[in-house]
Write a protein that binds this ligand. Structure first.
Ligand SMILES: Cc1ncc(COP(=O)(O)O)c(C=O)c1O
Length: 432
């Protein structure tokens, strides 16, 4: 089975990486071969070959991920951490191997720092309720940025409301770049956490995470990094970034839905109470008192998404075999190309033009509602997202109710961008 996976690796990279290693720097993505690894990309939609440009919502899955999940259910399926029987021991081994794979992907110091969650949203809620809420007092502050996903706004609002604390917002400029000077100014003696995105899902802006952590650390304020978007486009090294917490979500990392990752520095996680109670997260239970399991199990109540973790393991193997450097180069090139194609169409205005951006092109078209754009291009087999992208405050910042968004992944091509361009010309003609 390992052979099957390594065959997939070999199928898709120009410079073959060593087994288990990341692809060599300078390797390029062989897009045609990568595409052959994703079965869904061969299907048609409304009779046209699918062009999938909704990757910021969720990415498609390579065959190796589909195989890993099916193989687990076919050959191993059992509950983890509980049984002495062979299948349970194997399921536990595979689940824990996935944790080690995630640790390596994000370069955490220890698997004790890797908590499996349902998704990024759950990770942020876990930190809000178990790390921030217990010490949060009236007048305290939580700092986010103006381009957060609702997942990195609403949990903080809930805990702030309960404690009489205040949610503060670091602004962005007209291009969608974070105002670092303002962020610095807004971190004060009452700031309890800075919770900030590493890459905006609505604009594509990449934030200078290392610099943000440095600024916050100077004032002794912990940082949670929302790497939901960044993690499948670029290397996120939690030790190099020195963030206290980081969340990511499996379904954007070419893995399955229902599995996410919370990284927390061991010293932080140790001091936190459990988030959810139940099986697995305890060390002992009596009716009088329960005691908690060691890290990371203290934060994993109940039967986890075992197949999800195993699928994520295969997905991270796949990404590293292609190589994040190669992926980032390909996606930046395609983002620049898409920008040129869209800017050439009269009436289109891009939302989010930060010099530090990638993989996302958000736009509006004069006189046409984004939903109409989405519907017309869908008839051409092209999947883009329209709406507020779970980032309503960003829409408000740019004075639009919604945008259309094309978001790029490693398997997209210039030909697909050209098809989007032609479909948008059709939209323009329809509404002329
Ligand atoms: C920047 C960002 N943060 C958080 C999330 C939430 O991810 P999930 O719904 O998987 O928890 C998303 C998903 O779109 C996102 O783009």
């Amino acid at each position: 089975m390992a052979t099957e996976r390594s065959e997939h690796r070999r199928a898709s990279v120009v410079e073959e990486p060593e087994r288990g290693a990341a692809a060599a720097p300078g390797a390029t993505v062989d897009v045609a071969r990568v595409r052959a690894d994703f079965p869904i990309l061969t299907r048609t939609v409304h009779g046209k070959p699918l062009v999938y440009l909704d990757n910021a919502a969720t990415t498609q899955k390579p065959q190796s991920v589909l195989d890993a999940i099916a193989r687990y259910f076919r050959e191993t399926n059992a509950n983890v951490h509980r049984g002495v029987h062979e299948l349970s021991a194997r399921a536990t081994d595979q689940y824990e191997a996935a944790r080690e794979r995630v640790r390596r992907y994000f370069n955490a110091a220890s698997t004790r720092e890797i908590v499996f969650t349902r998704n990024a949203t759950e990770g942020i809620n876990l930190v809000a309720y178990s790390f921030v809420r217990p010490g949060l007092r009236e007048g305290d502050e939580v700092l986010v940025s103006a381009m957060e996903h609702h997942s990195n706004i609403v949990p903080w609002q809930i805990v702030c409301d309960a404690a009489g604390a205040r949610l503060r917002v670091a602004p962005i400029d007209d291009e969608g770049t974070l105002r670092l000077d303002e962020l610095d100014r807004l971190i004060g003696p009452r700031t309890r956490i800075v919770a900030i995105t590493h890459m905006s899902n609505a604009l594509g802006t990449i934030t200078p995470a290392r610099e943000i952590v440095r600024i916050a650390k100077r004032k002794n304020v912990p940082v949670l990094l929302d790497a939901s978007q960044a993690a499948y486009h670029m290397r996120v090294d939690v030790q190099a970034l020195d963030c206290d917490f980081m969340v990511a979500t499996g379904h954007k990392l070419y893995g399955p839905t229902g599995i996410g990752v919370l990284y927390g520095k061991e010293s932080r996680l140790e001091g936190m109470p459990p988030f959810l109670g139940g099986g697995d997260m305890i060390s002992s239970v009596t009716f009088e008192k329960s005691t908690w399991n060691v890290l990371p199990y203290k934060f994993e109540a109940g039967t986890p998404h075992i197949a999800g973790a195993i699928g994520l393991h295969a997905a991270l193997d796949y990404i590293d075999a292609i190589g994040l450097d190669a992926i980032a180069t390909h996606e930046r090139d395609l983002t620049a190309y898409a920008t040129r194609v869209l800017e050439a169409i009269p009436g289109i205005r891009l939302i989010g033009t930060s010099p530090e951006k990638s993989s996302i092109v958000s736009f509006v078209m004069d006189g046409v509602h984004p939903h109409d754009i989405g519907t017309i291009v869908d008839r051409e087999g092209i999947a883009i997202r329209t709406g507020h992208h779970c980032a309503q405050p960003v829409m408000e910042r740019f004075g639009v109710p919604a945008t259309a968004r094309a978001s790029i992944a490693m398997y997209n091509t210039r030909e697909e961008i050209d098809r989007l361009g032609r479909a948008l010309e059709t939209v323009r003609e329809v509404f002329a």
